[in-house]
Design a protein around this ligand. Sequence first.
Ligand SMILES: Cc1ncc(COP(=O)(O)O)c(C=O)c1O
Length: 403
Amino acid sequence: MAPPYDVARLRRRFPALASGLAFFDGPGGSQTPDVVADAVRATLAGPLSNRGDLTLAQDNAERAVVEARAALADLLEADPQGVVFGRSFTQITFDIARAMAKRWGPGDEVVVSRLDHDGNVRPWVLTAEAVGATVRWVDLDPASGELAMGSLDRAITPRTRLVAITGASNLIGTRPDVAAVAAATHHVGAWLYLDAVHLVPHEAVSLRTSGADLVGCSTYKLLGPHAGVVAGRPEILEQLHPDKLLPSTDAVPERFELGTLPYELMAGATAAVDLVADLVPDDEGATRRQRIETSMAAVATHEDRLRDRIEADLSERSGVTLWSRASHRTPTILATFADHDAGAVSRQLAEHGINAPAGTFYAHEAAQRLGLGPDGGLRIGVAPYTDDADVDRLLGALDETLR
Ligand SMILES: Cc1ncc(COP(=O)(O)O)c(C=O)c1O
């Protein structure tokens, strides 16, 4: 039997936790472990030049790229040759949308959802509109917080070329039935683009089994540095031709990666994946992917228990509305308050050294559909390093603030 999840052991890896702050802002970006910062520093400080095989400096750059593709391929259960690195999920998604839109025209249709972060909405809407393609919307049911599957059936037609959907809402945590979306998408021969930015920190996501054709995440949401990654099936990436410089390679995945790669961030991303794989120690020779699956299952159990504690407390309080209601969801809670605005509650918590921001968090369509004001809600996110003491502090500070 695998040893239990040891949150105290993990917490020792985070210099930021020595500040005494409690971090419930993981959905916006996680804190960084020492091994990740060390890998970034060592890459920059070591001999480093552009990729090649002539000098140690070239080898180091080459190794950073090869190892990062292998690590992210394990994280997303994808082919390393389909792993595209970029500055952020948003940037890569815009680039891929522009490349796909070269194949679209009037009569073609693109499907987006009102549950999604705008990073998986606007790139598709703008590029579709620019070539005269039609945009269709999948709705969010505000009462249940679920993706409205009936509207998905209406939105997908034989003219659909691309469906862009989130694996989990960064606003209310909803995890839609991706397998059902994939089945409907593939039934009409379209491609599925999965935004797993908010799902990857809470589940071992798999390009292979999810049914997605391309899946994206941001390494800074799961203990890594500020970069984005999209993994696609290489045979799909081969069909896309992004704008690129004439002398730069036309090989996949490099042709999607404009300019020089961020070698130090790639080394940091590899270190983050290795740390995730090691969250539950294994001495039985499992592969890194298997260890990621074991670790993320343990993370989910740990995080869901803490989420249940917070939700149980908040649901007992009068004047608190909890918006995270979907049957299947991440440990991300959005709350509003009858007698306080969410921004004021967030400021009060900050005075107690507790980071839990208020807002709509770029989930523009979802916030509108839920009828949240510009202030949005207070978002409380549980991360792999959150512990019971953090939750005690949060609940105590909320008690003081809301009383
Ligand atoms: C669900 C989701 N999608 C997309 C994004 C955008 O990611 P990036 O900052 O890497 O562009 C975020 C960031 O918060 C997110 O939570």
